[in-house]
Design a protein around this ligand. Structure first.
Ligand code: HEM
Length: 443
């Protein structure tokens, strides 16, 4: 935005200069157009340089109201702490160090690339302020949408303000305790598959060695697929029958180096539509197929549920919103069932539903895979923790009427619940580019 203003200012100055020149009737050595263009670029470069100097050197060091907040001051010229953060052994290494140095500071300030100011939210109260009380005073970074928005569209992750509030209201029911309860049979079934997979690898000492990152990534896309769409993703095939959903998904999120480079350039310059190289064309094909497969699931489910609802109505057994049925419920089924109860302005189009479903798949996949991997790491390296969890589960199951615990019984597993919370606290999978404030800082 500032570059546009500087360009406008430079243009105005060139016009003023030309007018002044004309009024003096001076002879120009160069052709007029060339003189004007070179003057424009000279004015632009001078003013843009001055503006950048102010933003990069003067503002963060001498003007910013945040400059007195606690935080590291051993900055690298023009890069702040950016160089250290990029070369650290893990993305959170420095954040943990700063959190330990200033444990009571709600916000820790540091400079990053281009001396941009970043605040690390450090205490539970500060988190509440940023993520709940004032969440609509922050805007998600555009770069995130340009990076994955072309795959998952404008679902909850990328909407802001009133639109975001509306989407949350529409989708809130899907994540209520009663909805989770209805998904439980799906979780049980997938947990049985994981147990079987681990049992198959047991050695004579009942130990198993496996590539956790890979195994959990494969397993969670499987679970998330059934939970979100209600189908095995491997059974959905592309129109040419050569690719299935998982292959297309893998193609989009694990690109070749050239594909990744094109994706990166596309953030700044929209090259996606124009580059006729296979790395790009393959991405476009896989993306279109993915959307086509999810759209097909939506259409089929709508048809299926409307048909069931019609039958139940005819039998005089219609229920509010949902249809009778056996087993668990996936998010797509619940979304379609609940459409009946939506107000006119909340109605979801097929595209809205596809965007939401792709968002759930992407948001729920690697996050849970990462959490599971860290949980397995702790269980493998701390057998004492493993023993306590096993004893707790055995005690609950011993008094249960079910072969597998129901939701109330799972909630009684306090040690296991706290273990999961600690894994998420210490090895948070939710790293994302920081949001930008839309109003002056409240601190
Ligand atoms: C361990 C697992 C997970 C972690 C650590 C995690 C973490 C996060 C984080 C940090 C955010 C951003 C919150 C914000 O900016 O306010 C988020 C948003 C979101 N997550 Fe998850 N997530 C997990 C699993 C899931 C699953 C399984 C689903 C869906 C099936 C899901 C769907 C979403 C959606 C839709 C949003 C956007 C919410 C909104 O903007 O209102 N996540 N998640």
């Amino acid at each position: 935005m500032s570059s546009h203003l500087v360009a406008l200012a430079a243009l105005a100055e060139v016009v003023a200069w030309a007018a002044w020149h004309k009024s003096l009737s001076l002879d120009l050595a160069m052709p007029l157009a060339l003189t004007l263009v070179s003057r424009f670029f000279a004015y632009f470069a001078l003013q843009y340089g001055a503006l950048k100097f102010y933003h990069v050197v003067v503002y963060p060091n001498y003007v910013s109201p945040l400059r007195h907040l606690p935080g590291p001051k051993d900055n690298f010229p023009f890069m702040g702490q950016g160089k250290k953060l990029l070369t650290a052994s893990s993305p959170i290494e420095d954040y943990v160090k700063w959190g330990n140095t200033w444990p009571d500071a709600p916000f820790i300030r540091h400079l990053t690339l281009g001396n941009m100011e970043v605040l690390l939210v450090n205490t539970p109260e500060a988190h509440r302020e940023v993520l709940q009380t004032h969440c609509y005073s922050f805007r998600k970074p555009d770069i995130l949408y340009r990076l994955v928005g072309e795959i998952i569209g404008r679902g909850l992750l990328f909407t802001e303000g009133e639109e975001h509030k509306k989407q949350r209201r529409i989708l809130a029911g899907l994540f209520s305790a009663s909805s989770i309860k209805r998904m439980l049979p799906i979780f049980h079934e997938k947990a049985r598959s994981l147990t079987k997979f681990l049992e198959q690898g047991l050695d004579e000492n009942r130990r198993v060695t496996f590539e956790a990152v890979d195994a959990f990534s494969k397993m969670t896309i499987d679970v998330v697929g059934v939970t979100v769409l209600g189908v095995e993703l491997g059974n959905l095939s592309a129109s040419d029958k050569k690719m299935d959903f998982l292959k297309c998904y893998h193609r989009l999120f694990n690109q070749s180096p050239l594909g990744a480079l094109i994706g990166f350039v596309n953030i700044y310059v929209p090259v996606r539509k124009w580059l006729p190289v296979e790395a790009n064309l393959g991405f476009i094909r896989a993306n279109a197929e993915l959307r086509r497969m999810v759209s097909m699931c939506v259409r089929e489910r709508v048809q299926e549920i409307e048909e069931k609802q019609r039958r139940q109505q005819a039998d005089g057994k219609a229920k509010e919103g949902s249809v009778d049925g056996d087993g668990g419920r996936d998010l797509l089924t619940m979304m379609v069932e609940e459409r009946r109860n939506f107000k006119k302005e909340d109605e979801l189009t097929e595209e809205d539903m596809v965007n939401h479903l792709l968002t759930f798949l992407a948001a729920g996949h690697e996050t849970t895979a990462s959490a599971m991997t860290w949980a397995a790491y702790i269980l493998a390296t701390k057998p004492g923790v493993q023993d306590k969890i096993r004893a707790e589960i055995s005690a609950v199951l011993a008094t249960s009427a079910n072969a597998e615990p129901d939701l109330a019984e799972i909630e009684r597993l306090h040690y296991l619940n706290n273990f999961c919370r600690e894994v998420l606290r210490l090895f948070s999978p939710g790293m994302a580019p920081p949001p930008f404030p839309t109003a002056p800082p409240l601190i």
